[in-house]
Design a protein around this ligand. Structure first.
Ligand SMILES: [Zn+2]
Ligand SMILES: [Zn+2]
Length: 475
């Protein structure tokens, strides 16, 4: 805290002749001023070497070169040789209600924004408490409860059987405080269309799984904002699409085997990925781009499901997860992971083809989002965003493009939120440098190495305590 008055800061800003605006505040209140000096700023607008960034509390006030004059009373961080990127976003998270685990793990990893994909009222309340400064956490954008069609295999999903029920679910989501409506795999076309129409009347977006009953291009035309996990992509771009869609329509529904349908659809998608049509992909990309639909591939989660069940069981980050997750995740993978060498090989090849498709859609202008599906087996809040960025580069994006995906094209310009990550290495040379975090700045706080270590130690402690909250996870 400084004793610089608001008037003085305004005078300094006027002297810069910059377009910067001081955040609204009381005339006599002194903003907390911090300057980062000597950094290389890497954001969606490009690269700026030897930059100075001045922050007022939680807002970027000015960005300039090494000669930018600093306001009086500004605390200066000399960061020569460091790199600064905007705060990262994990666009697909479950479990933000584990507030002593998920929230700090995100922050220490430079993840200052989270899209929670399964919302309910306590999470809306948590989101609001974070914004009021009562809880220290990333910005939460929270979905509705998961809305699905009859025969849903997801325990706890809200089932809507008719278009009218779909409309009511949208109105309920809006009234409860959801930021968007989360849709799932079994919605039929008339119901999805009704949800889409009601969303537009209620001024709320919808996002989630591509329904097995609706082609991705059609769902995009209806206004679906994002598509998760690459579901529906192989099918929509297969030369065998009509035949495989018919096979899905003919699949028997067996209530005694709730996962059978899901698995069989995935197997048909795997077959679809071997009959990929580039012209169909280009057409689909055009449609998604025109509609503003994005893909959130969550490859870091899909990679776990594509390998043997125990491949990641000894990950050193398990110590940050609640103790019972060990069994929960192991049991989950027993249902889903490939077992025989042939199955394992097939799933690995399938994953590779889907990653190729993500790169192909990106090449044709479709927006890609970095999301992890944290909460699902061996996907860790915060940490796994960096793994996903690596996978985006492995898929074929450049480090710069992966970084744009990870920051939602964030730029650190005057007026932007002061969420930023200071790195020891250049992420454009090697995307793994996003993991070499020197400091995280968010909500007016500077999280250096010591503070982040202490936050991690707290998480480790919290992970050993018994949890009463019901645990939800989904893929
Ligand atoms: Zn999902
Ligand atoms: Zn999910």
């Amino acid at each position: 805290m400084t004793d610089t008055t608001r008037r003085e800061v305004l005078g300094w800003l006027a002297g810069l002749g910059a377009a910067a605006v001081l955040p609204p505040g009381r005339a006599d209140a002194a903003p907390g001023l911090t300057a980062l000096r000597g950094v290389t700023l890497v954001d969606a607008s490009g690269v700026r070497r030897d930059a100075t960034i001045v922050l007022a509390d939680d807002e970027v006030l000015a960005v300039g070169g090494c000669d930018l004059p600093l306001p009086r009373g500004c605390s200066v961080l000399d960061l020569a040789g460091k790199f600064v990127i905007p705060g990262l976003w994990d666009m697909h998270v479950h479990g933000s209600y584990l507030d002593r685990i998920t929230l700090p793990l995100c922050l220490v990893n430079g993840v200052t924004g989270v899209r929670e994909m399964w919302g309910f009222p306590p999470i809306y309340a948590l989101r609001d408490r974070i914004e009021r400064g009562e809880v220290f956490g990333p910005r939460l954008v929270v979905g509705s409860t998961i809305i699905d069609g009859p025969h849903s295999t997801l325990p706890g999903a809200q089932i809507v059987a008719t278009p009218d029920e779909g409309r009511q679910a949208v109105r309920d989501a809006k009234a409860q405080g959801a930021d968007f409506v989360k849709v799932y795999s079994y919605l039929d076309r008339p119901t999805l269309a009704a949800i889409a129409d009601e969303c537009s009347q209620q001024d709320i977006t919808f996002a989630g799984h591509c329904s097995d009953h609706v082609a991705m291009g059609d769902a995009s035309d209806l206004g679906q904002r994002t598509f998760e996990h690459m579901y529906g992509l192989p099918l929509a771009t297969s030369t065998r699409e009509p035949e495989l869609r018919q096979a899905i329509a003919d699949l028997p529904l067996d209530p005694a085997k709730p996962f059978a349908w899901f698995k069989q659809v995935l197997e048909l998608e795997r077959l679809a990925s071997s009959s990929h049509s580039r012209p169909k992909a280009v057409q689909l990309a055009k449609r998604l781009r025109r509609n503003g639909s994005a893909l959130c591939p969550t490859m870091v989660a899909m990679r776990v499901y594509a390998g043997p069940a125990d491949r990641y069981a000894n990950d050193s980050r398990m110590k940050y997860m609640p103790a019972f997750y060990r069994d929960l995740w192991r049991d989950n993978l027993r249902n889903w992971a490939p077992v025989t060498p042939q199955e394992i090989r097939e799933q690995a090849e399938f994953l590779e083809r889907r990653m190729d498709q993500v790169a192909e859609m990106h090449d044709h202008g479709v927006e890609i989002l970095a999301g992890t599906d944290a909460g699902n087996p061996y996907v860790f809040p915060g940490f796994s965003v960096h793994d996903e960025l690596e996978l985006l580069v492995e898929a074929g994006l450049s480090p710069r493009e992966a970084l744009s995906a990870g920051t939602r094209n964030g730029t650190l310009t005057p007026g932007a939120e002061a969420n930023l990550v200071v790195l020891d290495g250049n992420p454009l040379n090697d995307i793994r440098n996003t993991q070499r975090i020197h400091a995280v700045l968010t909500r007016g706080r500077v999280l250096g190495a010591a503070e982040r270590q202490s936050m991690l130690a707290d998480v480790e402690k919290a992970a050993q305590e018994p949890f009463r909250a019901a645990v939800r996870s989904c893929c």
